[in-house]
Design a protein around this ligand. Structure first.
Ligand SMILES: *Cc1c(COP(=O)(O)O)cnc(C)c1O
Length: 386
């Protein structure tokens, strides 16, 4: 293959077909840009754009007000003593694991932890012990399970864990574990606690001090209306010297963040959306009500919502026996549901899934959610005879 002109024509500007659809993809509902962020993207899209005014430390840039954002607004928002902007929730978690643990140490994860937590531990060389959940239908996480895991691990590894992780909520069922109880159990063993808020920070109120956790990781592109990849990290004061340790070769640069993190459009879209993001977390009760309303409508049609009930988050997992039945008989097979939704301009349920799928109601409001529920109903009716 050579990079001749005809091959290069594949690239260049590419239109995005799904842009005008109603979006219920859990990955995307919290990352849709605000108008302000869309403008910031155009204005600050050039590479290294924020470095115009940088004197060597990214989070000390005064204009644009990155310093005020990172050192004042963000810690306040997260309920933490200190904060940093990272390149994603996974980078936030990795920075904590890598600075607190060393190869051969071990960590406690909840049984619903995200793959990005696993690879972060693997990259650090940490062993992982998981706290089991109760399985279908609730996938409940017993807080006492952390105590049991810590005691078992101490016997197995001969030392306490470097860290305990709470996924809040998990990315499959949208379950919110009892973080406060879990944190207090872990602290009885002097184990620091990291809250993975990729699906919560920026959607709902999350306050590290109130929950009693030592670290919070958030995702800008998942839940803070930023273009990303970008994340946030909140840290309790006593761990700041460990996680924010500086290079011995360059006194200005923090090792865990490889010197600098978000250095262009990513942080500018995060900051542009921040005022609206703060506002929307204050509307969380309404979001939960909308999720429950939508779930009830689907359950009336024969879908079954798995995970916590009544549900407390916009991310929901459904079992759909009827759609599965239809997919066994219909010509297009398991892609029929995706194709029907596409016709109705509804995007976000993975192509080919019918028996189980997840979706998110975040930010859609009752009217759009009504349209989605009606579409589901119409599709079921259309294939009633099958
Ligand atoms: C999406 C997700 C992540 C990863 O977030 P990034 O910001 O893309 O690194 C981590 N944990 C959970 C639970 C997630 O759902």
């Amino acid at each position: 293959m050579t990079l001749d002109d005809s091959y290069l024509q594949k690239f260049g500007f590419i239109k995005r077909e799904t842009l005008s659809s109603i979006n219920i993809d859990p990955l995307q509902t919290g990352g849709l840009l605000t108008e302000a962020a869309r403008k910031a993207l155009a204005e600050w899209g050039d590479g290294y754009s924020v470095c115009d005014y940088c004197g060597g430390v990214l989070d000390q840039i005064k204009k644009p007000p990155i310093e005020a954002f990172v050192h004042k607004a963000l810690p306040e928002f997260l309920g933490c003593d200190k904060a940093r902007v990272t390149n994603g929730a996974r980078e936030s978690k990795f920075a904590v694991m890598h600075s607190l643990g060393k190869p051969g140490d071990w960590v406690v994860f909840d049984g619903l932890a995200h793959y990005s937590s696993y690879v972060g531990a693997e990259r650090t060389g940490l062993n992982i012990k998981t706290v089991p959940h109760t399985g279908s239908p609730e996938y409940y996480l017993e807080p006492e399970g952390y105590g049991t895991a810590i005691e078992e691990g101490i016997k197995e590894y001969g030392k306490p864990p470097a860290l305990a992780l709470i996924t809040y909520p998990d990315g499959n069922y949208g379950n919110l574990p009892e973080a406060k109880k879990i944190a207090s159990i872990c602290h009885e063993y002097d184990v620091p606690v990291l809250l993975n808020g990729a699906y919560s920070v920026g959607r709902m109120p999350v306050n590290a001090k109130e929950l009693g956790v030592d670290f919070v990781a958030g995702s800008g592109h998942k839940s803070m209306a930023a273009s990303g990849p970008i994340g946030v990290l909140g840290v309790r004061e006593e761990y700041a010297p460990i996680v924010f340790k500086k290079s011995r070769y360059n006194k200005a640069k923090e090792i865990e963040f490889l010197g600098c993190t978000a250095r262009g459009a990513t942080i500018m879209t995060l900051m542009a959306s921040f005022p609206e993001v703060v506002q929307r977390t204050r509307n969380w009760d309404q979001e939960v009500e909308n999720a429950r309303w939508f779930s009830a409508r689907l359950e009336d049609m024969g879908f079954i919502q798995r995970g916590q009930k009544p549900h407390a988050h916009d991310l929901m997992f459904f079992e759909a026996p009827r759609l599965y039945e239809i997919s066994q008989k219909v010509k297009k097979g398991r892609y029929f549901f995706y194709k029907e939704l596409k016709k109705q301009k509804i995007h976000g349920i993975k192509a080919g899934l019918t028996k189980y799928f997840k979706l998110s109601t975040f930010g859609l409001g009752r009217e759009k959610l009504g349209i989605v529920a009606d579409s589901f109903e119409e599709i079921l009716q259309k294939y009633e005879e099958l």
